[in-house]
Structure formats: C-alpha cells, structure tokens
Design a protein around this ligand. Structure first.
Ligand SMILES: N[C@@H](CCC(=O)N[C@@H](CS)C(=O)NCC(=O)O)C(=O)O
Length: 225
C-alpha cells in the first residue's frame, strides 16, 4: 500500500489526483518529519510493499504509473505523441511552476519598471502564452488522450494562484482546458479528499492578494465561503 503524505493548498494535489485517475488504493496522510524526505517537502510517498520512499511529483508520477499501472496515463516510446508527452510532463516543474514562483516574488519588488523586472515579466508572459497557444488546436497537452502531463500541470494554473494571484482572462484556451480537467470525476474526488475546505480556482478571477500577504494558509482566503 502506498501512503501519500501531503499538505493542503499545495502541489501534493497532483498525487492524490493521479491515484484517483488510476483507481489504485492509497492512504492519504498529512506530511510530517519522515526519514527519506530530506527536503521536508510534499508530496512524499512511502511504498510499504517495495520498501521505497520518494519525493518530487514528477518522479512519483513516473514511479506509480510504471510500477503499478502498466504505463497508463503516459505515452510510450514509439507513440506518435511521445515527444509531446515528455515535453509537457517536464515543462511543468522546469518552466511553468518556476515562472509562477518567480511571479509570486516579483509582487514584492518595488521597482516594477527595472530592466530585471521587465525581463522576468516578459518571460512569464511568454510561458503563459506558450501554454495557451498549445490549446488552440489541441484538447489535451499530448495528443488526443488525457495524460499525466495534465496531472502535473493543472496545479500551477489553479491552486498556485493563491500564492501568485494571476488572472486568466487573457488565456481563454487555458480556461477551457482547466474546465475539461476539473470536470473529471477523479479530479473532483481528489480535491474533495485532499483539500475539502478549499475553493477551487478554476475561473479567470484570481484572489486580490497572495497568501504570502495574508498569513499563509492560516488566512481565510483559500477557504470555501
Ligand atoms: N518540485 C517539488 C515541489 C515540492 C514543494 O515545493 N512542495 C511544497 C508545497 S507546494 C512544500 O512542501 N512546502 C513546504 C516547505 O517548503 O516547508 C514537487 O514537484 O514535488
């Protein structure tokens, strides 16, 4: 049995969603100080059958998909969309999430017109435009099927916006895709289990303030009304 250690309002939601999509039993548990979790971050899994512990969402997705699900939700070498799958699966933690985290801190820089800020802003805009453009002619990130690339990517454009309050009004294609992802029963189940109190950020509107400005997750900003 795999125990999924998670934190609320966090990237951990990817992993509960993964398990719900695959229909594999798992034990949800909150994150605590555990041997093997050297960075202290969530998500973190313990696989008691294999005597394995693992952090990093992308590594956990790959591990569970290939160890327990015969590669479901991943493209395989030789598949038409294999390269697309690899690109978008890794794009999240190497491009989109770092862009979101940078933008989260940019809010606190006073001189918004400085050359550094201009460069960072244009990189952020480019990253968002890149993903929106992807959905102009594509329902999903990698071909005709929903894949783990979706599971990796949704967090940055939804829950992360409690930390980086970015509106999505200029990104209609992203909004359509978020609607398709969030309509999945597995997504609904996962969010209900891992963040039952959280209002989901699925529309264009973002909170006015970041959780960094309002007492973090102890604030009421992220709670359902
Ligand atoms: N790259 C990691 C990021 C993990 C991460 O940053 N998790 C945050 C929550 S979103 C965390 O555990 N923060 C607690 C802390 O830093 O103490 C992944 O994809 O799993």
């Amino acid at each position: 049995m795999i125990t999924v250690h998670y934190l609320g309002v966090s990237q951990s939601e990817r992993i509960t969603w993964l398990f719900e999509e695959l229909g594999i039993p798992y034990k949800p548990a909150s994150l605590k100080d555990l041997p093997g979790n050297d960075t202290g971050k969530a998500p973190f899994i313990e696989d008691s059958d294999a005597n394995i512990t693992l952090s990093e969402s992308a590594a956990i997705c790959d591990y569970v998909i290939h160890q327990y699900a015969d590669g479901r939700l991943a493209a395989k070498p030789g598949d038409k969309h294999y390269a697309d799958y690899l690109y978008w699966f890794h794009h999240e933690n190497s491009n989109l999430q770092p862009a979101m985290v940078q933008a989260m801190y940019m809010r606190f820089v006073e001189d918004k017109e400085s050359p550094t800020m201009q460069i960072m802003k244009s990189r952020f805009d480019m990253s968002m435009r890149n993903i929106d453009d992807k959905f102009k002619d594509n329902k999903w990130l990698a071909g005709e099927e929903f894949t783990a690339a979706e599971i990796m990517s949704v967090y940055s454009l939804t829950t992360q916006r409690y930390y980086t309050p970015v509106g999505l009004g200029d990104y209609k294609n992203i909004l359509r895709w978020l609607g398709d992802c969030s309509n999945r029963d597995a997504y609904k189940r996962a969010m209900e289990k891992s963040d039952p109190e959280m209002k989901l950020l699925l529309s264009a509107e973002a909170p006015e303030k970041s959780l960094l400005e309002t007492n973090g997750v102890t604030s009421n900003l992220w709670k359902r009304e």
